[in-house]
Design a binder for this molecule. Sequence first.
Ligand code: N2P
Length: 351
Amino acid sequence: MKKTTLIIALGILIAILISGCTAKKPVLYIFNWSDYIDPALIKEFEAEHDCKIKYSTFDSNENMLTKIKSATQSFDIIFPSGDHVSILRELDMLEELDREKLSNFDNLNPQLLEKARSFDPENKYSIPYAWGLTGLMYNKTFVPENIVASGGWNILADSFFDNKNKITMLDDAREVIGAALVYSGYSANDVSEEALTAAHEVLKVWDRNITQFDSDSYKNELQDGTTWLAQAYNGDALQQMAENSDLDFILPKEGAAMWMDNIVMLNSSQNKDLAYEFINFLLEAEIAQRNSEYTMYPTPNLAAMRNMGEAFILNELINPSEEYLEKCYMIDFLGDEARKIDSIYEDIKMN
Ligand code: N2P
């Protein structure tokens, strides 16, 4: 080879190498609840697929919806609760999932897929991700045992808290009204006038000592004493309790709201192949198990649950008895009827 040819060939080779190194990695945009995935899994997926995950979090379905409706940048995968799967579907924002591309779909628990059909009739648009219950979390340093001894939702009305400004509830109309409905002996989905009037009256009393409706900051505030008692998701509470033995959590004796959160792909996704890879990755039994042990929420992945350790399976706050679950109500899609719940929530927040 002539010297000039050799130099040109070398030049081309170097150019190829440089462009190869700097070539943009594919990016997957994910929008999930806070504290709802093991961060190590994100890293693992990025390494396995030579891609970048841009991961953002939300703390309520309402905020998620506002963001994805208004966002200039779109997300590939989001994690809405069941009622919001129906809402997103009605807005025609969801990709119909191709089962052929989800080889790990069969790991899912058929009973939970059946439950999911209440918001996604043919399990076509969503994959169950995690489920849980909402109860009360408190700091034992500030709240004496006798105050929580009743074990019911009405701890929120205990005069012990009067004028202390130490209680928070979730920033979620369905959760807040749902708790008052369940306490009053109704389903969390009951929108009859009788049920909603009863719940409204209960909430007016609880509201005397509620300082804020917030779904995230209670986790830190319960640790430093800014908040003493908070309506909380069970897994989030258990994550905090593992770090701080002053914290405790109860599932109220009257029952609780139950939810299932799901993986969906937006039909505007720019990277559907990678999105499928990510969903399939989360559906792997070993990955789902590690994720569930990290987040402390039970997984609808039956293959993963079968391998879960005893400490997880026997924990009644994660896996309550059938008897307790009978008193719990899955937050259902209510269509326009949900406005009745929203207006009570607004009234409570404003007054
Ligand atoms: C996770 C919140 C649980 C989701 N931090 C409630 N649907």
